[in-house]
Write a protein that binds this ligand. Structure first.
Ligand code: MTE
Ligand code: MO
Length: 528
């Protein structure tokens, strides 16, 4: 039982245990880092920090593919990928530690340094404290690996009593550390990060102002009574979510402010939420769509938003649109998580209801939709208008600055393209022969929808019944009763917008400025 016994050759069991030790060291590193991040900042935890760095460096085409392949799970898939890669590396490090203990621990430390670098170089990091979770976590992991592998190769022989005692001790240390890390992480999650708690409390305490200009009541005919059609108003919990945030920012409304600055602004202005909410608020129904929405895709939703008109705020600060000689043609909105979204100043100030919104369907913005304040500009895709968790607005020019998505291959300016979607019947459905309601939604925000037509197979285009128009900024439901004969049929839809332009047949990619083309659905009608 002497500590000075010379190391022996590792057996297969030793190697297996070393691999387990490596995995456990990685697990404990991440758990401890997560724990530390609860006090520092949840976003500074290594997996979201590294994941965020990966997201920002992912080629646009790959990101677009990921959104299409994994939908709103793309972030979970990315983080799972990082964990799997870490797992493989951890096994390698465990085996390395068996040969060379200090080197194994040094490797764990090196990953800690990488995580720390990722955390402090995130655009939303404003403190070196963000390095702490990764460093503390990896230090714990490195120490654990050192202790564990120390139990593996001491002793005269693999079968000796000393070696057996060491293995028992390995298992005891491993099990207790693993349990302790799991327990601590679970406890921290249950208690909640103080940062997130303050944000949740500030949201719970928020009283939305009454709109000086309420939205007109939704016309009764705007909602068709067709099972399976998208509801005219998308409930918040069903509203699509697209953003780059791996951890949803939880902003404390009591400490939030918005800075307005840049070309044409008389002098920098800063608004608190209270100041913003004390201005006359307007309430509007606006349909928001994502440029990554494929023909027939789900990334579009309609809500009743409450906020203050952005144009008025800009005017007050001295901003004039380019058509009135203003020096800035681009408004860059930046968020607490480092997003930068560029919007044409001309459109923001042309009379449409561009908003700094704080209410969504009668409640404060949900955290995932930008609490406490986001921007919205009817008629423009979200990536060029709808900055969530906004914290500053800079007036600049398109020549002088490329917003986040532009170097990634997306157009700097992107009005929404007219789209129509068949919600029901679903693709590959098998309705019974007879009257089948073909129905869905069509949108061309700020131009409005004038006509929707449906085609069965290669038949003539037939005009669908349009639901009442709420506003030209919202989508419009449509329905068409079809006398369905047994067999396989292709249903196709196309819309005509308020300018008289009909959706072109040709499909284009979502990149660089939105998909176009006709949506069709294939169904097999069951015989009578
Ligand atoms: N801060 C921030 N704001 C953002 C984004 C983002 O990644 N970060 N994504 C934009 C995109 S691409 C779209 S389509 C809309 C989606 O808003 P939603 O998630 O509330 O539906 O938010 C926009 N605002
Ligand atoms: Mo988007």
């Amino acid at each position: 039982m002497s500590l000075s016994a010379p190391p022996r050759e590792p057996t297969r069991t030793d190697r297996l245990l070393a691999a387990v030790g490596g995995l456990l060291a990685a697990y404990v590193s991440l758990a401890v880092a997560d724990l530390a991040a609860f006090w520092v900042r949840p976003e500074a935890s290594p997996v979201p920090a590294v994941g965020g760095a990966v997201v920002d460096r992912t080629p646009a085409a790959l990101k677009d593919w990921a959104i299409r392949a994994f939908g709103e799970s793309d972030k979970a898939v990315l983080q799972l990928g990082i964990l799997v890669l870490l797992g493989v590396l951890a096994v390698g490090i465990g085996l390395l530690a068996l040969r060379h203990r200090p080197l194994g621990s040094a490797a764990v430390g090196a990953f800690g340094v990488l995580g720390a670098l990722a955390a402090v170089t995130r655009p939303d990091s404003d403190s070196a404290m963000d390095a702490v979770p990764s460093l503390v976590g990896s230090a714990a992991g490195a120490l654990l690996l050192y202790v564990l592998t120390g139990r593996l190769t001491r002793g005269a022989g693999a079968g000796s009593e000393a070696a057996r005692a060491d293995r028992r001790s390995f298992l005891v240390v491993a099990a207790s550390t693993g349990l302790a890390a799991t327990g601590a992480a679970a406890l921290a999650r249950a208690v909640g990060s103080p940062v997130a708690e303050n944000a949740a409390a500030s949201r719970a305490a928020l009283r939305l102002p009454r709109p000086a200009s309420p939205a007109p009541a939704v016309p009764p005919g705007a909602q068709l009574d067709v099972p399976g059609i998208s509801p005219f108003v998308t409930p918040n919990r069903d509203f699509y979510r697209v953003d780059t945030a791996l951890v949803v920012p939880r902003v404390d409304a009591d400490r939030w402010h918005l800075r307005l600055h840049g070309g044409g602004v008389r002098r920098d202005v800063t608004y608190t939420l209270r100041e913003l909410m004390s201005r006359p608020a307007i309430e509007r129904d606006i349909t928001l769509a994502c440029v990554s929405n494929e023909v027939g895709g789900p990334y579009v939703g309609n809500a009743r938003w409450l906020g203050v008109p952005l144009a008025g705020l800009l005017r007050e600060a001295g901003v004039r649109p380019p058509s009135e000689g203003g020096p800035a043609d681009q408004l860059v909105a930046r968020s607490v998580d480092g997003m930068a979204i560029g919007t044409p100043v001309e459109q923001v100030m042309d009379g449409r209801d561009a908003l700094l919104a704080f209410g969504m369907n009668g409640e404060p913005l949900p955290f995932s939709h930008g609490f406490p304040v986001r921007m919205l500009v009817p008629g423009l895709y979200g990536y060029v208008s709808a900055c969530k968790w906004i914290e500053s607005i800079e007036l600049t020019t398109f020549d002088a600055y490329d917003a986040y998505w532009v170097p990634r291959g997306w157009s700097a300016e992107a009005p929404v393209k007219t789209q129509s979607r068949i919600d029901t019947p679903r693709p590959f459905a098998g309705p019974a022969a007879g009257t089948v309601m073909v129905a869905g939604v069509a949108w061309a925000q700020h131009r409005g929808i004038r006509r929707v037509e449906v085609r069965i197979d290669d038949g003539p285009w037939q005009e669908a019944r349009l639901a009442a128009e709420d506003s030209s900024d919202t989508w419009r439901q449509w329905a068409h009763p079809w006398e369905a004969a047994p067999g396989r049929h292709t249903l196709t839809v196309r819309a005509t917008d308020g300018t008289g332009a009909t959706q072109p047949e040709e499909r284009t990619d979502t990149m660089p400025n939105g998909a176009q083309g006709w949506h069709s659905v294939v169904v097999t009608v069951e015989g009578a």
